[in-house]
Design a protein around this ligand. Structure first.
Ligand code: GCU
Length: 421
């Protein structure tokens, strides 16, 4: 029985036509025509021709639409956060880095939620270092095979940290810590489950449960992605207190569901100076109207909910969306933004990710900056490094050393650092 199910699953994943029968299209010739909402025309029809008009009129409109129709509204309420330094190793990564582990305690006075930030700071940098921020998926201990890395507090809820799939160092290939340190970047990571455990029935353990409007069932109620985005800003708050870190040179990187959250965080919080989406797909960088790979119907039915309830009304109804994802990318302007895809990651629709980045270009041009400037996708491993950047690489849905190298080249270019820092 088990064998049959596995075989069927393999067939489904490897045979696009079978997926197509399940409502998922992987055939470029079947994509169909679509018309994107015009990023530079306001809701009342005003043509936006200056960066000032964009900032004053159009940007707030688009932000509001994403809040009310897709990601949900981030509460304005302040939640108390305290930080405790749990550990410091001044000679980590062969003496090249100082490692710190810091406990965050979020509290509303009645209830508390804990999270642990893992941070590496380059030892050989005089002055402040630019910083890369990003969530990990399987606990801080999964990013490096090092028995002194503490387990993330949420892990017992989602999986036993010692379970073979969650072993120490099991995701180390996704975290090029030494390369980052060698290039003079500090890096800070936290397990995303600490902020909102990504498993059905655990919402009471998420930070959203600390807010007074918890579970109001409003159509624009924030859910997991809203919470993860909020958490990234709280990491940045902490980094602003660290004298070794230059938060005016902060890079927020998110992979997959965290790529969606990174774009949403960058849209709301302009303190993130460069935003990078890696393989973020549907509900992230990819255009929703392009009928290829994952659909709104699929992504809006994942549990626990990632998006506000309002979003599901657009399932099988993409043409009714009052926005598309190029407008989310445009919300980063004039800050540099980078979108990365993987050739075999058809579920995330690499071409839809590329075109979305392309269609954000007109907003960058309002600022005298340069968008992608071409509707032709580059070949594998040929990054475009304008103010909007893009690459596609060979291989699967993942984060690789090539991705990090390109992200740092992009950041070096825009932070005006030489690449041998
Ligand atoms: C699923 C989901 C995607 C998401 C991905 C991930 O495949 O359908 O939308 O990006 O998980 O986060 O790994």
């Amino acid at each position: 029985m088990k064998k049959t199910v596995t075989a069927a699953l393999f067939l489904m994943l490897s045979c696009p036509n079978i997926q197509a029968q399940n409502g998922i299209n992987y055939d470029e010739s079947k994509v169909g025509d679509y018309t994107l909402p015009r990023v530079l025309v306001s809701n009342s029809g005003t043509l936006i021709t200056t960066s000032k008009q964009w900032e004053k009129l159009r940007r707030p409109e688009i932000l509001e639409t994403f809040s009310s129709q897709m990601y949900g509204r981030t509460p304005k309420e302040k939640i108390q956060v305290t930080y405790d330094l749990l550990d410091e190793n001044k000679l980590d990564l062969n003496g090249k880095a100082t490692r710190r582990q810091v406990k965050f305690t979020f509290s509303n006075g009645i209830k508390k939620i804990e999270a642990i930030l893992l941070m590496y700071l380059p030892n050989n940098v005089k002055g402040k270092s630019p910083v890369i921020i990003g969530y990990n998926f399987k606990g801080n201990h999964s990013t490096r095979k090092d028995s002194t890395i503490l387990y993330s507090p949420s892990l017992h809820l989602v999986k036993e940290p010692t379970h073979p799939d969650w072993e120490r160092g099991c995701q180390s290939s996704r975290w090029s810590f030494e390369d980052m340190i060698d290039r003079g970047y500090a890096v800070a990571t936290m397990c995303y489950h600490d902020i909102f455990p990504d498993k059905k029935g655990l919402k009471d353990h998420s930070i959203v449960s600390l807010f007074s409007d918890y579970n109001t069932n409003k159509s624009d109620e924030w859910q997991a992605i809203g919470a993860w985005a909020w958490g990234s800003s709280r990491i940045l708050d902490y980094l602003e207190t660290q004298k070794e870190v230059d938060t005016r040179k902060s890079v927020l990187m998110g992979h997959s569901r965290q790529g969606k959250a990174a774009l949403w965080a960058g849209a709301q919080d302009k303190r993130f100076k460069i935003v990078i989406s890696n393989d973020s797909g549907e509900g992230g960088a990819a255009l929703s109207r392009r009928n290829f790979g994952e659909t709104i119907e699929k992504v809006s039915s994942i549990t626990p909910a990632w998006f506000a309830p309002a979003y599901s009304q657009y399932a099988k109804n993409e043409d009714k969306l009052p926005f598309d994802q190029h407008e989310l990318i445009a919300l980063m302007a004039p800050r540099p933004v980078y979108v990365a895809s993987a050739e075999e990651d058809l579920w995330a629709d690499p071409k839809g990710e590329f075109l979305s980045a392309y269609h954000a270009g007109p907003v960058y041009e309002l600022f005298g900056l340069q968008g992608l400037g071409t509707t032709t996708m580059p070949g594998n491993h040929q990054p475009i490094m304008n103010d909007v950047g893009y690459h596609i690489r060979a291989g699967k849905h993942d984060v690789t050393a090539f991705d990090w190298k390109s992200f740092m080249n992009f950041a070096d270019k825009h932070f005006k650092r030489s690449s041998d820092n």
